[in-house]
Design a protein around this ligand. Structure first.
Ligand code: SF4
Ligand SMILES: [Zn+2]
Length: 377
């Protein structure tokens, strides 16, 4: 009896597994890395091919700012998110304005661009993360210059007042929300997202009421999920969220530094998704997404590398290129004729995942010859 009540706890607040294994964000090393950043320079800037809301191909500039970082991360944080590695907790409004000027300098003042994506490693319009005067300046300047703006937010940060404020300064801009999974259990136990599907629905209703565009990010293969389940679930989620979104962007898991997912990966308990799964997923959902009038985008970050979505190593670059082309052309014919010996290995893994009682999957955690893998210590 004593033992049983011990297992049930002593009445004190339960400790979440997430907090026990959370990345050591304030270790000397981690702080040193963060403080080595120059707060007046953006984390990254680059240009990519994109599509405007009316379907016209264009060039988009992406600016990733160094900010104070995501409020949710400092409180708890998503299991896969390594954005905190790029932030500084002492960034000022002056620093952010300096980063914007420096970004424009590096991007030739957006020469040839019709779209700008402003990413802040958190919620763009969250006042604890970013000073309101800076938010206002970015919204207004991009609107005045006729640049379509894409910003990111967490669902619970979307309030009627704030969205009306944003829509007044940059009408019709796109707000991207990292929903990750259209499933409350996965959100809670696999992703630790900090909001529910109900909150997401509320936020997209508010975005629509304010005439803003909705972009939805989904995460392919969160931790503690097999390859087969990831394929099945994500395909279903895409079909469910596409009718409610203008764009659906699926992010295949990549291992970011000092995250919970990295710990699992180092422990050989997690393998990033197969590129074949992404191809199969796109083939499964293509018609549904078209019918819904949405667009689906997949950019496999670190695609073909061990820390990103990958196959056997020999076919990776061809598959990544086809996925990237599909994200711009929307033409399912991009995948015609792709093949490799490793496709059979992948297919067997997915079939086994879906027929055997192994919730964490049946696949091996590394690519390479199965004999070598079995011999490895
Ligand atoms: S809400 Fe976004 S920025 Fe914040 S911890 Fe999650 S993924 Fe990272
Ligand atoms: Zn291959």
């Amino acid at each position: 009896m004593a033992q049983a009540s011990g297992m049930l706890g002593d009445g004190s607040k339960a400790v979440k597994v997430h907090h026990l294994v959370k990345a050591p964000e304030n270790s000397a090393d981690s702080v040193r890395i963060r403080e080595s950043w120059d707060a007046t320079e953006p984390a990254t800037v680059y240009k990519t091919p994109e599509i405007l809301p009316d379907g016209t191909p264009c060039t988009a500039a992406t600016v990733i700012f160094r900010t104070r970082g995501c409020v949710w991360w400092w409180k708890s944080g998503c299991t896969f998110c390594g954005y905190f590695n790029d932030v500084r907790d002492d960034v000022t409004a002056d620093d952010l304005f300096a980063q914007w000027e420096e970004s424009k300098r590096r991007l030739d003042d957006f020469e040839g661009c019709s779209m700008v994506k402003v990413y802040t490693s958190g919620t763009f319009f969250e006042d604890r993360e970013n000073p309101p005067e800076w938010q206002e300046a970015i919204l207004k300047e991009t609107h005045e210059r006729d640049l379509h703006l894409v910003i990111e937010a967490q669902a619970q940060m979307c309030t009627p007042e704030k969205l009306a404020w944003v829509a007044e300064r940059h009408p019709g801009c796109t707000v991207a929300i990292g929903l990750e999974a259209y499933d409350d259990t996965v959100l809670r136990f696999h992703v630790n997202k900090g909001f529910s599907t109900k909150q997401w629905h509320r936020s997209i209703d508010m975005l629509r009421e304010n005439g803003l565009r909705v972009k939805t990010y989904l995460l392919f293969k969160p931790p503690f999920m097999s390859e087969g389940d990831a394929l099945q679930h994500t395909s279903k989620w895409i079909s469910q969220v596409a009718p409610l979104s203008d764009d659906v962007s699926v992010n295949p898991m990549n291992i970011q530094k000092r995250t919970i997912v990295e710990r699992l990966f180092r422990n050989r308990e997690y393998r990033p998704p197969w590129l074949w799964s992404l191809v199969e997923m796109l083939e499964q959902v293509h018609d549904d997404v078209l019918r819904a009038g949405a667009r689906i985008i997949v950019h496999p970050t670190a695609g073909g590398r061990i820390r990103g979505a990958h196959n056997c190593g020999a076919c990776d670059m061809d598959i990544v290129a086809a996925i990237e082309r599909y994200s711009v052309s929307g033409d399912i014919g991009e995948f015609a004729g792709l093949d490799c010996d490793c496709k059979r290995v992948w297919r067997t893994e997915v079939d086994n995942d879906l027929s055997l009682p192994t919730p964490l999957g049946t696949g091996v955690d590394r690519r390479g010859s199965p004999v070598d893998l079995a011999r490895a210590p």
